[in-house]
Design a protein. Structure first.
Length: 182
């Protein structure tokens, strides 16, 4: 049986997937970047709790392993993205439509991002390339990685009764012709 939380979260993750399918990259990125906020606020609804802290904690708990790789002959660990820089992206993109994070006080290592569309012609996968202090990400892969993190979060918290109750307050969009939830 699907829980209320699973249904509500699925409405957001499905919207990201639909935007990706329609190549509506700005919409996909906008919704994807809000998902850690949504999960963090479901987990801790206290308005006095730092949104920044909740976002970084979500990243560290559910996304970080995707952005730490062993590279080079010595297999040294390299962190391509951390929670502070992802939060800086979220703030910069959602509040000003930019990917330059140099003016974000929380930024840690990166200066900005380059997003690229999937290569439909040659099938090349170009993702997680760091050029100096700029991170290049394939936009669909990045959004799907956030969805994967959200799904892992969901598995961890879907039985939490307090979160289930809070999920009931999440937005429903009804079909105007028959009042059915979409």
């Amino acid at each position: 049986m699907t829980t209320v939380l699973e249904q509500k979260i699925a409405s957001f993750t499905d919207a990201v997937k639909k935007a990706i399918h329609n190549e509506n990259w700005h919409a996909a990125l906008s919704i994807a970047l809000t998902l850690p906020d949504i999960c963090g606020n479901l987990q801790d609804p206290d308005p006095k709790s730092s949104t920044r802290k909740k976002y970084v904690t979500f990243f560290n708990d559910f996304l970080k392993p995707k952005y730490v790789l062993r590279i080079g002959a010595l297999k040294e660990e390299h962190e391509f993205l951390n929670g502070r820089d992802m939060y800086a992206l979220r703030c910069s993109f959602l509040h000003s439509g930019t990917v330059d994070i140099t003016k974000q006080s929380i930024r840690d290592v990166l200066d900005g991002y380059i997003f690229i569309e999937p290569d439909k012609v040659n099938g090349n996968f170009i993702h997680m390339n760091q050029i100096d202090d700029t991170l290049q990400l394939q936009i669909d892969a990045f959004c799907f990685e956030i969805i994967d993190g959200v799904n892992t979060w969901l598995e961890s918290y879907k039985e939490d009764e307090e979160i289930q109750e809070r999920a009931k307050l999440m937005i429903d969009i009804l079909n105007s012709s028959n009042g059915v939830r979409l």
